[in-house]
Design a protein around this ligand. Sequence first.
Ligand code: SPV
Ligand code: MN
Length: 617
Amino acid sequence: MNVLSEKDLKKLEELNNEHVMKLVHEYIELLRPSKVWVINDEQEDIDFIRQHAIDLGEEEKLNMKGHTIHYDSYYDQARDKKNTRILVTPDQRMSDKLNTIDREEGLKEIFEIMDGIMEGKEMAIRFFALGPTNSNFTQCALQFTDSFYVAHSEDILYRTGYEQFKELNGSDNFFLFVHSAGKLDGNVTCKDSIDKGRRIYVDLKGNRVLTMNNQYAGNSLGLKKLALRLAIYKANHEDWLTEHMFIMGLHPEGKDRVTYCTGAYPSACGKTSTAMVPGQSIVGDDIAYLRIVNGEVRAVNIESGVFGIIKDVNPIDDPVIYKTLTTPRELIFSNILINDGVPYWLNMGKGLPKSGMNHSGKNWKLGDKDAEGNEINYCHPNARYTIRISELENADPNLHNPDGVRIDGVFYGGRDSDTNVPVIESLSWEHGIFIGATVESETTSATLGKAGVRKPSPMANFDFLVIPLGLYYANHKKFGNRAGANCPKVFATNYFLKVDGEFTNAKLDKKVWLMWAEGRMHNEYDAIKTPIGYLPKYEDLKALFKQIFDKEYSEDDYVTQFSLRVQKLLEKLDRMEDLYKVEKDIPAFFWDILHTQRKELQELKASQGDLVSPFDL
Ligand code: SPV
Ligand code: MN
């Protein structure tokens, strides 16, 4: 342990936790870093991490005070689904669609990769709290990493947890994340290491994730998508939920109230922009823990920051974020274009310089090609920013409330160009689960691979699921049923509906859908009952468009957006049947809903055809 200073060893000893001590010993021996830093909750320690990320070249200061830029390897710009695997023991059953590997085989493989991977590098030991301090929701997380960018990001995105670890009273009830960026080429992971050794192995039985040879936050940051997987496992073996959801407060004009809701959308499908709709308040934009407390559904954001997609952030569509990104504060940009110390990104509302430093290297010029012969864009479409929620002017006052907020509504949505209406309410909690279970979405740049391919995205959480789908849905049903009369209402939204290749809605129209849903949560609007849910009435949307945007909402627009695409809906049900019939133990309510919906849609088609106007329902 000569890699640890006496002062740092003392910090570990003060935790009085033999499990932490044992892990520190074990992993130092395996990873063999040349120096190890133990970081507690003191400002001095936290400042050191940021400065060290800069000193080591993982981040570079920009002209604006507090701003830095970090780059991931050109080949590590998004989540790597192929090499993210769940380690399973022979007694563990999983869906065939989940990426699994035998636990023994997986551990053998990754421990070989980890052997000495930190030689010549420094390692940080970090303690975090996933959730507000002193909250029953909160889980403790221990992080070992040789990336000071990762450690710095986690300071912006999460709450410190050294003091919280003391409250564990020596128990091993915490998650462990071990990360190495591997061998570096300049400041980014070598291509060869990525090709041969990028692995993200989720060890449910060991309560740990081992992730090697990567830097992109969705692959590297223990507390983000890696902890999400461990928490899904834990929650589903207890009685709570872990979801890929924003949490926000809805503030309807002229009504003196705030109504909280959550929403699950696949990555890059409007989750952050929904939570940031002007005039509303944000609790979180990515991951929520939900529990029933005194008969109410309550939720906390386990994060305290936003790791958001920067593409398209401009002063018109995202005024709050744009302002936050262009004023002095501690923030990290990743994988965008820098010219002369000034940041530029795609669709920021002004022209971009034709050269500078970007995700491909220090000296990019427009027209440059990569090794595969593809032209290199100004920025990667999945380039991001990392900020604290408390820095946003629309941060909700309950952000750190240890009891969370009461949830009255849940939204599900995907990137769907041709099937679903912009907003609809489920017929029941179970039907809401059905809506979540049947989310489909066109792939985006948030994961490696081709974009624009329609794929199932159950509950927008499928990428992170580590339990059988049937168990997951059964738990959702039990959860809502336990809430009884306080069970949230469920809505499906679709911001991406197109006709003749054009979006049928403006970006901010989502505010109207949210406010209609908010009214429904308070039983304020009538609706049209259809086989797929409760559809908004024209008069209500017309009044909301007028009130919110002072805009005349035409009957034509309503018909274009809210007609039931009966044939498309039936085709979707067929796809869902194919998807789920090979899964074991899908609860009966799912099949009942699917069969009823199909029968009713077939009847509608027989009487009124493939496309039915809401005025004819
Ligand atoms: C997502 O892709 O869903 C994100 C970003 O929130 S990350 O998971 O970190 O890649
Ligand atoms: Mn996400």
